[in-house]
Design a protein around this ligand. Structure first.
Ligand code: PXP
Length: 260
């Protein structure tokens, strides 16, 4: 059953990976992604997301160590479902882990994790993290079989991949964009109906955030690239505040005062 009112306040998770991308372009220590995370926190971010990739192309191990101890808001450790990453997560004990595909063969055509195709392994993988008190989120497309598999392997959360919706918007393909949005909305209701907490993210911007923020089941949006890019022009604080305002305005427009 789709929810008809928001299930809770919509949280904004800020992904700081691309501060590290800029830092790594010169190989030194500046700009510091942990400083950006603290600035994001001060500007109203409800959580910080960082993706430690297997190839360490942006976030480094030392960044994760500092994020795990220095933040006042929850850390969402985005990672591939590898043994190396699980061992690190079990040591750092972040609030949450979001499992994402990193290699092409792990992707479904829609770009999320192929949970249905790797269910036995993921059940064990998710279980060990959950036993350690870490909330596990699976980054998936909106297909029913992936959502059902996410519930079956014991994930607490699914993060629905909004990348295709945002790409269609950018390309002016409005009919496909609207169809993708409708599928995401149905996926959100389906996931909630299976007891999963629903998050969403990838590619969201000032232009694309409102319709997704208006899904009543969605509890968290994770946004990075646009905010770090916008920060070049306005500063990180105003970029985050602008996103927060648009998220709240979308909730109010859809549900009256029931932003919560
Ligand atoms: N959620 C997940 C699972 C992601 O992998 C990413 C990208 O790292 C994001 C959200 C944020 O996407 P973007 O940087 O395009 O806002």
């Amino acid at each position: 059953m789709p929810a008809t009112r928001p299930l809770g306040k919509l949280r904004l998770g800020v992904n700081i990976d691309h501060v590290a991308t800029v830092r790594n372009a010169r190989g030194g220590d500046w700009p510091d992604p942990v400083r950006a995370a603290k600035l994001a926190e001060a500007a109203g971010a409800d959580g910080i997301t960082a993706h430690l990739r297997e190839d360490r192309r942006h976030i480094r191990d030392a960044d994760m160590e500092r994020l795990a101890t220095e933040l006042g808001v929850p850390l969402n450790f985005e990672m591939a479902a590898t043994e190396e990453m699980r061992a690190l997560a079990l040591r750092l004990r972040p609030h949450a882990c979001c499992l994402v595909p990193e290699r092409r063969e792990e992707r479904t055509t829609e770009g999320g994790l192929d949970v249905a195709g790797d269910a036995a392994r993921l059940r064990d993988y998710v279980g060990a993290l959950a036993e350690a008190g870490i909330r596990v989120s699976l980054f998936i497309g909106h297909e029913a079989r992936q959502i059902e598999a996410a519930a079956a392997v014991g994930a607490a959360v699914v993060e629905l991949h909004t990348g295709a919706y945002c790409d269609f918007h950018a390309e002016g393909r409005t009919a496909e964009r609207d169809a993708e949005l409708a599928s995401l909305r149905a996926g959100s209701a389906r996931a909630h109906g299976l007891g999963l907490e629903v998050h969403a993210g990838h590619g969201l911007s000032f232009e694309t955030v409102a319709p997704v923020a208006a899904f009543p089941e969605v509890m968290e949006l994770n946004i990075g690239h646009f905010l770090i890019g916008e920060a070049i022009f306005t500063g990180l604080g105003p970029a985050i505040e602008g996103m927060r305002q648009r998220m709240d305005a979308a909730r109010i427009a859809a549900f009256g005062g029931a932003v919560m």
